[in-house]
Design a protein around this ligand. Structure first.
Ligand SMILES: [Zn+2]
Length: 275
């Protein structure tokens, strides 16, 4: 979609699977399985939708899929499946690794930071050598100080040799004209969402605050969330605004409805947007 000199599109790093119960927290299975049909192991298939923003000479990516630094065990756990990976998908859009100038990272989890780094001659280096990688300072702290609950959600290779490329934020910041990173908390303490305002249009990428269209109701909070009540209140507050201002909403993990608008804010119904 092109609008006032800005171009927005989605790229993908393929699909993967997570436990359906963990994805829906306290929501009972008979309710969530109306949105996602689980396989025999109760896993559901999720997308890795990366938002690509082109503004003049700047090319920004929001989140970075699962990447290529997986051993066989993790590959089997997440059942990663892809016709092409994120780098191949970007190339098909005419974007090479060196074209990327900005990377906005919602939070540090391994399914959001995969392509932050990659192997080059058996050494790990930043995948996008010309880019600054923006995340909240709190996120880096959470990555560096994990506990038994949070550690399995990180792949530490995604942050190796990356420190010179990091731009750490403390709270909300406009990083490019019209593009704001907004700290939301909830899913993790340092979680941020990305707001793009062009003219009267607002586009918002929710990361894991609202991972799929099926999570639009404020009470539908993942068991992965570290601060579930913060997620609940933040979603309620933010979706009021999304409805009033008719925001276009991106769902990072939704394999079938990656983009939608709220058509009402009492029942939280959505209208899918083709993108
Ligand atoms: Zn996450």
């Amino acid at each position: 979609m092109k609008i006032d000199g800005l171009e927005l599109s989605l790229a993908s790093d393929g699909v993967f699977k997570l436990d359906g119960g963990a994805m829906f927290g306290i929501v009972p299975k008979p309710v969530w399985e109306k949105y996602f049909s689980p396989d025999v192991k109760n896993k559901i298939t999720l997308g890795t939708n990366v938002l690509v923003i082109r503004a003049g000479k700047n090319v920004a990516l929001v989140d970075l899929g699962i990447g290529d630094k997986f051993d066989k065990r993790l590959f089997d756990i997440y059942e990663i499946s892809r016709e092409r990976n994120l780098l191949e998908d970007l190339r098909a859009k005419g974007i090479e690794r060196t074209d990327v100038t900005h990377v906005f990272i919602t939070h540090g989890h391994l399914d959001h930071t995969g392509w932050a780094t990659t192997y080059h001659h058996e050494k790990i280096e930043p995948t996008f050598p010309m880019a600054k990688y923006y995340m909240q300072e709190e996120t880096l702290k959470e990555i560096k100080e994990p506990n038994q609950k949070t550690k399995p959600n990180y792949n530490y290779l995604n942050f190796e040799n990356l420190s010179e490329h990091l731009e750490l934020l403390n709270g909300d910041e406009e990083v490019l004209p019209g593009i704001r990173l907004v700290k939301s908390g909830g899913h993790t303490k340092g979680h941020q969402i990305v707001e793009v305002r062009v003219g009267n249009n607002t586009f918002v990428y929710f990361g894991d605050l609202i991972p799929t269209s099926a999570h639009i109701k404020p009470a539908y909070v993942m068991a992965y969330d570290l601060y579930p009540m913060d997620t609940f209140y933040k979603k309620r507050e933010i979706l009021e605004k999304a409805y009033e201002e008719s925001w276009t909403i991106f769902f990072e993990h939704d394999p079938t409805t990656p983009v939608a608008k709220l058509s009402d804010v009492e029942n939280y119904t959505l209208k899918k947007i083709s993108f």
